[in-house]
Design a protein around this ligand. Structure first.
Ligand code: BG6
Length: 465
């Protein structure tokens, strides 16, 4: 059976600057949060390959764009590396060499008939701002981010029509200040909420700027809401799922789409003495400058149950006070990544955005399957036979088309990732691409079976399910 892909539906792929570019041309003092974390803490240079060269997109973007053209991608999303865009983050002195690279990439994509979508931050907070201002704890960083956006729009908004402020803005502070698994290993929920708020504020200020300057395009944010299912239909399990949703999903979705934080979030924060700095003026800016559209990254579901643990009241408040995570027995797994496979999340998210969030336009901006030891799946001609990826994409895209049919305002599907690339968590261990990067052979590019298949889906506008 076939499903028809609607006209103008996006069938694209994504990546990010840090995960592909490599450090060629990077100057002293241009480290980002990820560089510093990698150098000081992570050390997962899988078999010696890490972000230093990455896929060398900085020098080899032309080859990748040629593959995008061959496959027929409609859109390609990547980020501008904020840490590399300036030689001084405060005076906003642009690194012209890096800015020229961005210019070249945009022009190459357009010439190849692939529409660029750019994100202003995909975990690339400059380390210098982290050190001087404690990162997003400070309103000064909000101001500098808006200044960065202004320069970027002046240079590129004539050709780039689709923008995102952040990719998955909740992730860093959750690892750093909620779970305390990254430097400075300090559990500090107040700081976590402050970072959330400042990223919400920065987004709405950039939305205001983009609209005020009347650019011909759209501005949004890429979120990673985790579709959360309760273990059972009991009130206690349902409450646990609601609480997870409140702290991890609605904390960004509600202010950025509806214009206000959920009242319950403030009540819960107050109950646990979590205060953070915000003003009425900031809440007004948020109310008046909601995003034009959303990017939504979906890989796996989250399942929760009522908490069984006894909470130690002497430990700082953590949202896990309200829930325990739960692993569904017999669930389908991507064992390389340790993520459950449950395509229904795409449909459920689409319907939720329709029903609860004013049917805001959205793109499935990331979805994909990272697999280790992919070379073992190579046939005699050296083509990776990644049928598991074809199956994964088919199932998720099919649910997206169902959501579209049911009236969800979804605009398309973007695979993570176009080529294999560096993962902040696992370097090159898990491969995600339609295009293989042969690390041992000077990073030679070649299409995987999924690349040929994707090309077919795009040219025929049909998905065989
Ligand atoms: C997304 C991120 O959440 O997941 C990407 O936006 C990331 O940057 C992708 O690479 C896959 O996750 P991982 O941890 O396997 O690289």
């Amino acid at each position: 059976m076939f499903k028809t892909i609607p006209e103008n539906f996006i069938i694209g792929a994504a990546s990010s600057a840090w995960q592909t570019e490599g450090w060629k041309g990077k100057k002293e003092g241009q480290d980002s949060y990820l560089d510093t974390w990698y150098k000081n803490e992570r050390h997962v240079w899988h078999e010696g390959y890490g972000p230093g060269v990455a896929t060398n997109f900085y020098e080899r973007y032309g080859e990748d764009v040629a593959y995008m053209k061959e496959i027929g991608l409609t859109h390609y999303r990547t980020s501008i590396n904020w840490a590399r865009f300036f030689t001084d983050y405060e005076t906003l002195e642009v690194d012209e060499e890096y800015a020229q690279h961005i210019d070249n990439v945009i022009n190459a994509l357009i010439e190849a008939g692939v529409e660029p979508i750019l994100c202003l931050e995909h975990y690339e907070l400059p380390t210098a701002l982290q050190e001087k201002y404690d990162g997003w704890s400070s309103k000064k960083v909000v101001e500098l981010f808006v200044g960065y956006a202004e320069i970027v729009f002046e240079r590129y908004a004539d050709r780039v029509k689709q923008w995102f402020t952040f990719n998955e803005p909740i992730v860093i502070q959750t690892r750093v200040y909620l779970d305390a698994i990254r430097y400075p290993h300090e559990q500090n929920t107040k700081k976590w909420m402050q970072w959330n708020h400042h990223k919400v504020l920065a987004t709405t200020k950039v939305v205001e700027l983009y609209h005020r300057k009347n650019y011909d395009g759209e501005i949004g944010i890429v979120l990673n809401p985790e579709v959360t299912y309760p273990r059972s239909s009991s009130q206690a399990d349902k409450k646990a799922a609601e609480m997870y949703d409140l702290f991890y999903n609605r904390v960004f979705l509600d202010p950025l789409v509806k214009g206000a934080y959920p009242e319950e979030l403030f009540l819960k924060m107050a109950e646990h003495d979590i205060t953070f700095d915000y003003t009425q003026e900031e809440l007004d800016i948020i109310r008046e400058n909601t995003v034009d559209y959303l990017g939504v990254n979906l890989y796996f579901p989250h399942r929760v149950q009522a908490p069984k643990h006894k909470w130690n009241e002497n430990t700082p408040f953590h949202p896990a006070y309200y829930f325990d995570s739960f692993e569904l027995p017999g669930r389908r797994m991507n064992k390389s990544r340790g993520w459950e496979i449950y395509p229904q999340i795409v449909y459920d998210m689409g319907m939720r955005l329709k029903e609860e969030y004013g049917n805001i336009p959205w793109i499935l901006t990331e979805n994909g399957m990272g697999i280790e030891n992919e070379h073992l799946f190579m046939n005699e001609e050296g083509v990776v036979q990644d049928d598991y990826r074809i199956e994964y994409i088919t199932e998720h895209m099919s649910c997206l088309l169902d959501a579209y049919e049911a009236g969800s305002n979804c605009r398309g599907y973007m695979l993570w990732a176009f080529t294999d690339c560096v993962s902040p968590m696992n370097a090159f261990k898990n491969r995600y691409g339609l295009v293989r990067i042969d690390l041992e052979n000077n990073r030679a590019r070649s299409l995987k079976k999924s690349g040929f298949w994707y090309k077919d889906v795009i040219s025929s506008s049909r998905l065989e399910v």
